[in-house]
Write a protein that binds this ligand. Sequence first.
Ligand code: GDP
Ligand code: ZN
Length: 305
Amino acid sequence: RIVESTGSWYEVAIFDEINQSEGTIEARLPGRFRLDDQQVTNPLAVGDYVELSLNEDGTCSIEDIKERENYITRQATHGRQGEQILAANIDQAFVVQSVRKPKIKEGFIDRFLVTCEAYQLKPVILINKMDLAGEEGQAYVDELIELYQSLDYTILNCSIFDEKSLENLKTHLKDKTSVFIGPSGVGKTSILNHIDPNIERKVADVSDYSNKGKHTTTYAKLLPLYFGGYLVDTPGIREFGLVNIEPWELSLFFPEMLEPRQHCKFNNCTHSHEPKCGVIEAYENGEIDAGRYHSYLQMLDSLKK
Ligand code: GDP
Ligand code: ZN
């Protein structure tokens, strides 16, 4: 599995059958290797599973790539056309928010959930800084837990000062490939440092490299967790925005709208102003949460722009 890439060589995690141990090996992609059907600028990304062959001179070549379960992309940089794959085969994406400082933005969570649905990623909502919640904050988080659980989403909370909550988080990360996404200040770095003290050093190494120009920061890395699993560390991940969704498709990514939208009079109903709209009706009857409907309208607006 590719754990690091510079675009010209790849660090590949392997299981050594002879020594019965895990390790990494450097591999190159032979020039003849092409993936013509992809509209992307990089044929391989971290998280990809590949087949290697050992060359006579002791180097390794990548011979084949396994089909991806999913992948996340961003617009290619440096004026290049198309998209760049940031990471592949991700088991779950965490959206991190903090109950206070900064406060929870439900719109951010809902936008993230839609993006995950579109990318076919399993989302997990993580509310941090529960030590700052107070009674009011706790009640608010309880409401959010009820809402998102009713929509079949996984929602967790934690505090870096609550060991038990971090242990619980570890059980969700164990043996999975996860990515953490969220605005700055919510505690992503702190959480990761608390669950695996090695992470801090590893993250620091990456930026050290880039300072020397040895390592281009546009490429992601998979950081191994000591208790099993990987964390995707990618510089471009903050741009994880809305993908290309047509306005009339948006409601397909809101689980609670799937049934009501079948009762709309118009096929291309956007559930915002149209008469005889099943979604508006469900919202007015209280079957769709007001905050969620508000998030829907905001996203619809930005898609139309
Ligand atoms: P990031 O930008 O998301 O990586 O956030 P940081 O990890 O840099 O944390 C931002 C600030 O929040 C720092 O001052 C942390 O010490 C603080 N912080 C992180 N987690 C918690 C928490 O669970 N409780 C409290 N009270 N503060 C936290
Ligand atoms: Zn409608």
